[in-house]
Design a protein around this ligand. Structure first.
Ligand code: ATP
Length: 350
């Protein structure tokens, strides 16, 4: 029995998670997958009502009683500090040690690619981003804040353990794909914090002779992802570089509405979420594209061994894009729920 925790969150989160759950139901019926879910009331509404962000009891329940967590989005204009989102998402990331952030990027329709003359076969990559270290730990501070002599410091943390475990995951993934791993860094300008990645890569590479490992400076990588996207298979980078390059990659294939992600402590904890945020500007309009959330659920199904179901959901999303049975951001004129209905029907007949 697959046990799924649902955290729809804020803004368009509940709208897209509702459709993702309908698709999960359709897939489980078609492919006979037993699953249960529990809805968590976490997000801006609860924070404004009670002051709770991620209460300890909820955290322990999420940690101990589920196979996977499915998240919508967190962020609400009524909470300008974004405190609840930081506590919930960064809290889960750190406390569950979700050290892999995986973002597959695949072009399904040449029409959605901003590069000229690119076909789907040219863009099929997976970004593996370190999710717990680098400059995102919050370590740092100010001296003489708000004076002309202010000093600001954010500390970049890289541990050898953090490099090794992420690179090992990336090598294994590359071995299951086309066998090309590109470490992107700024080891020229940040020799200590990024040099450790290169040394870790060089030591690990002989254990994966089937994988071609190379290094690229992140600025060069950004250029080549635009000029030669077909060169890239698995891209690995620290939290900062991975953050930037994964958004660049998402833009190559149709943008946020189509970008799924997983945050993993492989074999222990798994959290799936669309890359996009809460998009407060389109809440309640029916314009929220549910495909990124639905594709995140496809990643979940695949990770838990339901490959046929994952393939069916992914093919249904591709069919929706190719037939322009989509929300307006992808050129269609369907509402959020209509896209969900289209995908469910495709999955039911897969
Ligand atoms: P947050 O602050 O929570 O990250 P945001 O909405 O400011 O959220 P993004 O998610 O990056 O940031 O979205 C930027 C814009 O892209 C949104 O305001 C919205 O107009 C559009 N957008 C994002 N996600 C979707 C989606 N799933 N469907 C349609 N449009 C979207």
């Amino acid at each position: 029995m697959l046990r799924i925790a649902l955290l729809p969150g804020d803004g368009i989160g509940p709208e897209v998670i509702h459709e993702a759950c309908r698709v999960l139901t359709a897939a489980s019926t078609r492919f006979d997958i037993p699953w249960t879910s529990e809805l968590f009331d976490l997000g801006a509404e609860r924070y404004l009502r009670t002051g709770d962000t991620l209460p300890e009891a909820d955290f322990i329940h999420l940690r101990d009683d589920f196979d996977a967590i499915v998240v919508g989005a967190f962020g609400d204009p009524r909470v300008p500090s974004n405190l609840h989102a930081k506590d919930i998402l960064l809290g889960l990331r750190q406390r569950l040690d979700l050290y892999v952030n995986l973002r597959p990027v695949q072009l399904v329709d040449a029409r959605l690619c901003p590069l000229k003359d690119r076909a789907p076969a040219d863009i099929d990559m997976a970004i593996v981003r370190e999710n717990t270290e680098s400059v995102y730990t919050g370590i740092g501070g100010h001296l003489r804040k708000d004076t002309p002599h202010e000093v600001a410091q954010s500390v970049m943390i890289h541990t050898r353990m953090g490099c090794d475990r992420l690179l090992r995951y990336a090598f294994e993934l590359a071995g299951q794909r086309r066998g090309v791993l590109t470490l992107c860094d700024k080891a020229n300008a940040i020799p200590h914090a990024h040099g450790i990645w290169r040394r870790a890569l060089a030591e690990l590479a002989p254990q994966f002779p089937e994988v071609t490992a190379r290094t690229l400076y992140a600025d060069v990588a950004a250029m080549r992802m635009v000029t030669h996207p077909q060169e890239f298979d698995v891209i690995v980078g620290d939290n900062l570089i991975g953050d930037i390059l994964s958004d660049l990659a998402a833009a190559l294939v149709g943008g946020l509405g189509l970008a799924p992600s997983a945050s993993l402590r492989p074999g222990v904890h798994a959290l799936y979420e669309p890359v996009h945020g809460s998009a407060p500007d389109i809440v309640g309009t029916g314009k929220a594209n549910p495909l990124a959330a639905i594709l995140s659920v496809a990643m979940l199904l695949r990770d838990f061994g339901h490959v046929d179901a994952a393939d069916a959901v992914q093919s249904a999303c591709t069919a929706a894009v190719l037939a322009t049975e989509t929300t307006p951001d992808l050129g269609g004129n369907l509402a959020t729920a209509e896209v969900g209905t289209y995908i469910c029907a495709q999955v039911a007949h897969a």
